[in-house]
Design a protein. Sequence first.
Length: 140
Amino acid sequence: MVTPSRRPSLDALAPPRSPVSSPAPRARTFPRSTIPTSLFRIRPCPPEHCEHCGESLADAPVIKVTRRQVYELPSIEAIITEQRAERRRCRCGCETTAPFPDEAIGPACSGPNLRALVCYLVVRQYIPIAWVAELMRDAY
């Protein structure tokens, strides 16, 4: 029987339902990096003692290495650049002050990269401005 709230064509297009649930999808991981860069570090993790007898393994030969890679973001630190507009006096007596660069629009302001990040978070990721402002206060 077709209910008045649903059209018959929608019932025909619905996928068949299985009484058995599907297996959970496998978790996706980052691909292993094969190209060492300046951001690539290798940290050896040697065992200190034999798990059977407790003897030190400091001088024991390495027989196998198993690798795991951890992707991590660098710490968030603001790079503060103080712009100093110099005022100089010419031999004629005229004093001239250099203009500030375009990004220095006030006594303390955000640079183009920080403004781009805030814009991305608000416009593309739809994060409320109050939350982004809180993030900026906490991170910087």
